[in-house]
Each structure stands twice: as C-alpha cells, then as structure tokens.
Design a protein around this ligand. Structure first.
Ligand SMILES: [Zn+2]
Length: 77
C-alpha cells in the first residue's frame, strides 16, 4: 500500500470497482467485480495497487478457454 497521486494531481480514494478487459484470440470479455481500487474523485481515473493488478491479470488469464463470451469473476472469490 502507498499513497498514489493521480495524473490530475488529486489524491485518489479507496473504492470498489468493476474491471473490464478483453482477453484471448476471440476477444472474450472478462468482467471482474468488487475489485478494491483507488479512484480519483476529480477525474474518475482508477488506479490499482500492484498486487491487485497482478491478481486481475491472473483472473483474466484464468478465463482463457472459457466458452462464454463474457466471463464474470468475483475478485473476493
Ligand atoms: Zn484525477
């Protein structure tokens, strides 16, 4: 954990967000819910701590091969 500063200069506040990304050759969409993040109250930019970003990457990769077009993973398990 650490104090991060948004590019706009505002200090982001802790927030629970949804993370949406594409993965795989077929462009599967992966939606991860309830992700702890820092969100800037001024511009809305979302920042993830390094360990959270790593876990998100693992979750998204874990969706590889899923037949569904949209995969929903819950961060908290
Ligand atoms: Zn900002």
């Amino acid at each position: 954990m650490g104090t991060a500063t948004c590019v706009c200069g505002e200090e982001p506040k802790p927030a629970m967000v949804e993370h949406f990304s594409r993965w795989g050759p077929e462009g599967q969409r992966v939606l991860v819910t309830d992700v702890p993040a820092l969100r800037c109250v001024r511009c809305g930019m979302v920042l993830f701590e390094n360990d959270v970003a790593q876990r998100l990457e693992d979750l998204v990769r874990g969706a590889e091969g899923e037949p569904l077009t949209i995969v929903v993973a819950r961060y908290g398990g």
